[in-house]
Each structure stands twice: as structure tokens, then as C-alpha cells.
Ligand binder design. Structure first.
Ligand code: NDP
Length: 453
């Protein structure tokens, strides 16, 4: 059986669904192929369940704080199975919404594994889809290094389906997922050990933020083991032993590996249509997201450029406009993409780190403040926030804005607009603050430190 389309999208994750719907909106005949779940990583085993668990993990601190505000209340234990069920229901609801969005947009849905058989042909099982364009939006998958006992470990996906909350947990890695997971598990009441191979985690983030987050996580009881590697993992009768070299070991109930993600291109391209792949296995694309095979495009995590859902969404919409509308969309800008790490404390970041700014702009002025947010100043809470601005000394442009603390992600989103527009420190100074908030600190800091490369 064969069908004819303008566009066949492989992968119904954030980017693929958005590209499919947008293209269909321009009148293209569109099909989408999905083998696992609607909404992809973000909806099923990423952003959404992670944020729900992060909210859950924040309640013990809130409840403890409530006591300082006069509420006579004890911090209860989390009911894990109830939390998991609530999360499962929400994800199911979102899966349905994604599927309905596709149906209502007249996108034909094919459930199964899609293979690009030749230029213009995608096969799903026995079905053959003929098409003008193919879009690869298959996303990524966790990557784990090789070591003895690798079969005993868990990946980040697993946390969302555990029957029981473990008591003692190790998290290996020092990036987004490792830090978010360590905070979630700690907040939910587990004993957490975070193991990272270099001297300080969150490589790529501003150094002051990295140090602040490390100090604060340690204050909250997460055991940080930097410059530490796991040589092997052994199964014990009642858990796991991680061998750390030099005879050191650590016994835990579970170990979660968050050592990065790689593009998902397994059994995707038949032999005669192999596009150029990077050394990480990512589909290499040009400025129009076209691969080295004409008519085969790729967006999102499978291109391994910026692994963030909103970037995949933008790329999907851009491509649909480019291929099927009369518009001539200007290329997307990859500068000033804000991002957040939903660890505790939250991190929000947009623009350059101090180190990058010194490298690219020369002398800078750095403004920073560390303080106890008002909500925490009443009682015994030691929760603090760090806010930092990096200003190009020659032009006065704010080239970096970083925060670690409550609501950092929410606050950073708004400031990202200003940074994209080229706001100067004088613009920040001229903006009236909202009092009393934490965010107002970004427009009231006046004493900058002059730093030369
Ligand atoms: P990251 O790339 O952020 O971090 C990977 C971590 O694993 C790094 O600390 C890295 O160390 C470490 N690592 C790599 N190889 C090894 C190894 N062989 N042994 C030990 N440690 C190793 O990946 P994540 O898996 O955390 O997340 C993947 C991507 O997903 C992120 O980059 C991000 O783009 C996206 N994401 C975004 C989120 C958000 O927006 N809030 C949340 C979660 C994920 P080193 O620093 O030394 O390289």
C-alpha cells in the first residue's frame, strides 16, 4: 500500500509535531510517523514529568518555611505511588492532546518505526509513504559510558516509572539532568550522592553560579563527590556497590546515569540514503535544515545543536514556513537563547558567562549580588539567591545575565527579551524596579567590578 504526501515527519516529539501542524496549516499534505509516544522526550520523560517532580520536591521546604509564618505543621513524607499516578494521568492527558492536535490539523498518523528507504520514500512496516520532503525529528537518547556492571544502572527515563522511591541514590554526571535529578530526589527525601568527574559541575555555566549552586546543594544535604569516577558497579543482595577507584566504594539502592544524550538515528536510513553525520551521530544540516540528501531535513536534538524543546519548536515552524508558505523567513538566531536548570536552587541564564564575555568582548563590568529573598528572611531559612550581570565595558551592552535562586527561570525569560534587543546597563538603570521582589535587583545593582581579560 502506498500514500502520497508533501511532507513525512519522522518523530512526533515537540519539533516534529509543531513542524507537521504548521506545514498542514499552509495546505501541505502531511504524515507523521511515531513508534513510541506522542510528545516525545519533553512530554513523556523530560521537561514535563521532571518539572512536576521538581514541584513535588519543593514542598518540604515550603512547608518547613510555613512554620516560620505561624503555621503549626509537620513536613509529611511523600506518597510516591500517588505522585507517580498523578504524573502518569497528566502525561496521558498530554499524549491525547498531542494526538488530537495532529488529527485536527489533518495530519495522517502512522504508528511504527519509520525508515527512509530512498529519497522521497519512507517505509513504516508494510506501508510505503511517497513524499516530496522528509523531516527527521527523532530527537535523542541517553548515552552511558561503558564499564563493568553497566547493566545495573538506571537512566533518567527510569525515574518516572519507579514502583518505589529509593532511599539512597547516586547520580552520575554534572549537567542539566544530573543536577535536576539530584535536587528532585533530595527534595523527595532520598539520601543523594552526586558523582562528577571534574572539579566542579555545570560546565558551561558561569563560574560564580556553579560555585553558588554547589555550596547550596551541599547545604541542603546532597553529598557532592567531584573529581570522582565510577570504575564499576556491582549488584549486592540489597542494592548496588559503586567502585570509585583506590579501594573507595559507595553503597546505594540505585544509581542514575545522566552523562549526556546522543542523536537517535537507529535504523533510520537505508544504505543508499545515508546523510552526513557528525562524530556524535547527529544529522548534519545546512542553514535551511537540509541534510546532505536532497529533500531530507532534520531539526531538534537529532541535529545536536541546541538540545532544548523551544529551539526544536522554532526550527520546526521555520522549516514549515520555508517549505510551504510564500514567506521568506529570516534565519533563526541562536544568540541569547535563555535556558534554565530546574535544580534547587533554580538556575536561569541568558547570554555569555563572564569567562566567555572576557574572551569575546574584552574588558567587562560585572555586577552581582547575593541575598536572602524576602520569603526566607523571616525565619531560619538559609536559602539565598545570586544574581549577576555582565556588561561589555566598551559599549555598555549587557551581554550576560545569570541567576541562581527561586524563580530564576521565570525571571530570566523576561530579561532575555531585553538582552536580545541589545539593552545596555544604562537601560537597566533607567528601568524602575518592582518592589519588593528579587527580580528588581537586576535593575538596581550599581557597583560593578571592572575586569580585564
Ligand atoms: P549534559 O550534556 O548537560 O551533561 C552531561 C554530563 O555528563 C556532563 O557533566 C559531563 O561531564 C558528564 N559526562 C559525559 N561523559 C561522561 C563520562 N564518560 N563519565 C562521566 N561523566 C560524563 O547532558 P544531560 O544528560 O544532563 O542533558 C542532555 C541535554 O538535555 C542537555 O545538554 C540539555 O540541552 C537538555 N536538557 C535540558 C533541560 C532544561 O532545559 N532544563 C533539562 C534536561 C536536559 P563534562 O562536563 O566533564 O563533559
Amino acid at each position: 500500500m502506498s500514500e502520497d504526501f508533501d511532507l513525512v515527519v519522522i518523530g512526533a516529539g515537540s519539533g516534529g509535531v509543531r513542524a507537521a501542524r504548521t506545514a498542514a496549516g499552509f495546505g501541505a499534505r502531511v504524515a507523521i510517523v511515531e513508534e513510541r509516544f506522542y510528545g516525545g522526550t519533553c512530554v513523556n520523560v523530560g521537561c514535563v514529568p521532571k518539572k512536576l517532580f521538581a514541584y513535588a520536591a519543593g514542598f518540604p521546604e515550603d512547608i518547613a518555611l510555613a512554620r516560620d509564618f505561624g503555621y503549626a505543621t509537620e513536613v509529611p513524607e511523600v506518597d510516591w505511588s500517588r505522585l507517580r499516578q498523578t504524573k502518569d494521568r497528566e502525561i496521558e492527558r498530554l499524549n491525547g492532546i498531542y494526538q488530537n492536535l495532529l488529527i485536527r490539523s489533518d495530519v495522517a498518523i502512522y504508528e511504527g518505526h519509520g525508515v527512509i528507504e530512498s529519497e522521497g520514500v519512507v517505509r513504516v512496516g508494510e506501508q510505503r509513504l511517497n513524499t516530496r520532503h522528509i523531516l527527521v525529528a527523532t530527537g535523542g537518547k541517553p548515552w552511558i559510558p561503558d564499564f563493568p556492571g553497566r547493566e545495573h544502572i538506571n537512566i533518567s527515563d527510569d525515574l518516572f516509572y519507579l514502583d518505589e522511591l529509593p532511599r539512597a541514590v547516586a547520580v552520575v554526571g554534572g549537567g542539566y539532568i544530573a543536577c535536576e535529578f539530584a535536587s528532585i530526589l533530595n527534595g523527595l527525601g532520598c539520601d543523594v550522592e552526586l558523582i562528577y568527574r571534574r572539579e566542579l559541575f555545570l560546565r558551561g555555566f558561569d563560574d560564580d553560579i556553579r560555585e553558588f549552586v554547589a555550596e547550596d546543594m551541599a547545604r541542603q544535604g546532597i553529598e557532592l563527590h567531584f573529581s570522582t569516577e565510577v570504575d564499576s558497579v556491582e549488584a549486592l543482595d540489597d542494592g548496588l556497590r559503586l567502585n570509585l577507584g583506590h579501594g573507595d566504594f559507595m553503597d546505594v539502592d540505585r544509581v542514575f546515569y545522566a552523562t549526556g544524550r546522543v542523536p537517535l538515528v537507529d535504523e533510520l536510513f537505508a544504505e543508499r540514503v545515508q546523510p552526513d553525520l557528525s562524530y556524535t551521530g547527529a544529522v548534519v544540516v545546512d542553514d535551511h535544515y537540509e541534510s546532505s540528501i536532497p529533500g531530507v531535513y532534520a531539526i531538534g536534538d537529532v541535529t545536536d545543536r541546541v538540545q532544548l524543546t523551544p529551539v526544536a519548536l522554532e526550527e520546526g515552524m521555520w522549516l514549515a514556513r520555508h517549505l510551504y508558505s510564500d514567506e521568506n523567513p529570516i534565519p533563526l538566531s541562536y544568540e541569547f537563547i535563555p535556558s534554565a536548570v530546574f535544580c534547587q536552587p533554580n538556575i536561569g541564564s541568558v547570554g555569555l558567562t563572564e569567562h566567555e564575555a572576557l574572551e569575546h568582548h574584552g574588558p567587562v563590568r560585572v555586577y552581582q549580588t547575593k541575598f536572602r529573598p524576602m520569603r526566607h528572611s523571616l525565619g531560619k531559612s538559609e536559602t539565598k539567591a545570586l544574581m549577576k550581570l555582565i556588561v561589555d565595558n566598551a559599549t555598555d551592552q549587557v551581554v550576560g545575565l545569570h541567576m541562581a535562586g527561586e524563580e530564576a527561570s521565570e525571571i530570566t525569560q523576561g530579561f532575555a527579551v531585553a538582552l536580545r534587543m541589545g539593552a545596555t546597563k544604562a537601560d537597566f538603570n533607567a528601568t524602575v524596579g518592582i518592589h519588593p521582589t528579587s527580580a528588581e535587583e537586576f535593575v538596581t545593582m550599581r557597583d560593578g567590578e571592572f575586569i580585564e581579560p
